[in-house]
Ligand binder design. Structure first.
Ligand code: MG
Ligand code: ZN
Length: 221
């Protein structure tokens, strides 16, 4: 009985996610869903991305958190449009929350919408939001066993960003083990190593984004 209720919730969610996706497409907006555990650097990644890319592309952000507007306040300082969703206890965003936040954001001139999911390695991966791409962010401080313990997020993601590589000299973390584990779950997964602190590897992340934006604009015509 419990299983069928969960299935129905996910089916209803997928329908709204599809509506969101069509809406984003009609606005010409590429949408990415950034998922990770708490404290891995999602907001830092988004801040850095806006600061480094805002000359070329217009980015808007939806921030998901259980409580507070801390992250939205940080993003607002970059000058980008930002909406904070407080889930009031729920440990993930769902398509309906995204749908209801869209009247607070003007997507007409936006190229890229970044959704920062609630910090949680588990259920954000179960709920489609209407995104074009899922990004999993992992920090080397979380340990190299995460792909083995939390396979779903690696399975549904298109790109894995391994963050905080500037800390490698101080931490016992085998990046090859992370990569091998993640690729065993999802052989199509792209993997990049980055440091939001030093900026190392971010150029490859920006190239990835620009390529996706280019392809997206081509399919629109
Ligand atoms: Mg955050
Ligand atoms: Zn949840």
């Amino acid at each position: 009985m419990k299983v069928s209720i969960v299935e129905n919730i996910l089916k209803a969610n997928d329908r709204i996610a599809e509506q969101n996706r069509n809406f984003f497409k009609s606005k010409g907006v590429l949408t990415i869903n950034v998922m990770s555990g708490p404290g891995t650097g999602k907001t830092s990644l988004i801040e850095k991305t806006i600061n480094d890319m805002s000359d070329n592309i217009n980015i808007a952000v939806i921030e998901g958190d259980i409580q507070t507007t801390y992250d939205a306040d940080r993003i607002a300082k970059t000058g980008a449009q930002v909406v904070q969703i407080n889930t009031g206890g729920a440990c993930h965003l769902d398509a309906n929350m995204i749908s209801q936040s869209l009247n607070q954001i003007d997507l007409d001139c936006v190229d890229l919408l970044i959704i920062e999911n609630v910090g949680n390695l588990v259920c954000p991966a179960e709920f489609k939001l209407g995104e074009d791409f899922n990004i999993a962010l992992l920090s080397i401080t979380e340990g190299d066993d995460k792909p083995f313990k939390y396979p779903l997020i690696f399975n549904v993601s298109h790109l894995l960003l391994i963050n905080k590589i500037d800390l490698l000299p101080y931490i016992d973390c085998d990046i090859k083990k992370i990569k091998d584990g993640a690729l065993r779950i999802n052989s199509d997964l792209e993997v990049l190593e980055i440091s939001c602190k030093t900026g190392e590897g971010l150029d490859k992340w920006y190239d990835w984004l620009l390529k996706k934006l280019e392809n997206f604009k081509k399919t629109k015509k």
